[in-house]
Design a binder for this molecule. Structure first.
Ligand SMILES: [Zn+2]
Length: 134
C-alpha cells in the first residue's frame, strides 16, 4: 500500500468518519473503526508520517518524544488504564490491516476481557470488502 492509498496518511485520513480526539505535530488520536471484542474504548494513535520501519533519526526522536510528552498524557487523562498494542507490518503476518505504524489503546468493558488478534486472520467477507475501500 503506497502513501496515496494509505488510510492513515494525510491524503486519506480526513475520509475517516471517526473523530480526531487529539492532534499534535506528529500524531493523531482517533477511534479504531471497529472495536475489538469486549473493548469499551478502542483508540488508534497514529503517526502522521507513513512509517513502516523503526529507524533512528532526528525525526523519530521528535516523534517518540511527542508520544511520551503529549500523546500518552492526553490518553491517560481521558482513559487512565488500558493496553497498548503496536502494529507494524502487513496483515499476512501481523494481522494488521494497514502497514503504517499504528498503536492501539484498548480499554476493556468492566469485568470483561478484551481480545486482540495477532497473526494472520480470517476475514469475514464484509470486513474484507470494507478494508479494500479504505
Ligand atoms: Zn500511511
Amino acid at each position: 500500500m503506497n502513501v496515496a492509498q494509505c488510510p492513515f496518511c494525510p491524503q486519506k485520513i480526513h475520509e475517516r468518519i471517526e473523530p480526531i480526539h487529539f492532534e499534535t505535530a506528529h500524531w493523531r488520536v482517533t477511534n479504531n473503526r471497529t472495536r475489538y471484542e469486549n473493548a469499551k474504548t478502542h483508540l488508534l494513535l497514529l503517526p502522521k508520517d507513513h512509517i513502516i520501519k523503526f529507524l533512528w533519526s532526528q525525526k523519530t526522536l521528535g516523534l517518540w518524544s511527542e508520544f511520551y510528552m503529549r500523546v500518552m498524557p492526553f490518553v491517560q487523562a481521558n482513559w487512565p488504564q488500558g493496553t497498548l498494542l503496536m502494529r507494524l507490518g502487513g496483515f499476512e503476518t501481523t494481522g494488521s490491516t494497514v502497514e503504517h505504524l499504528h498503536i492501539h489503546w484498548i480499554v476493556p468493558k468492566p469485568g470483561q476481557t478484551a481480545y486482540a488478534h495477532m497473526g494472520p486472520r480470517k476475514w469475514k467477507s464484509d470486513e474484507w470488502k470494507d478494508l479494500k475501500k479504505a
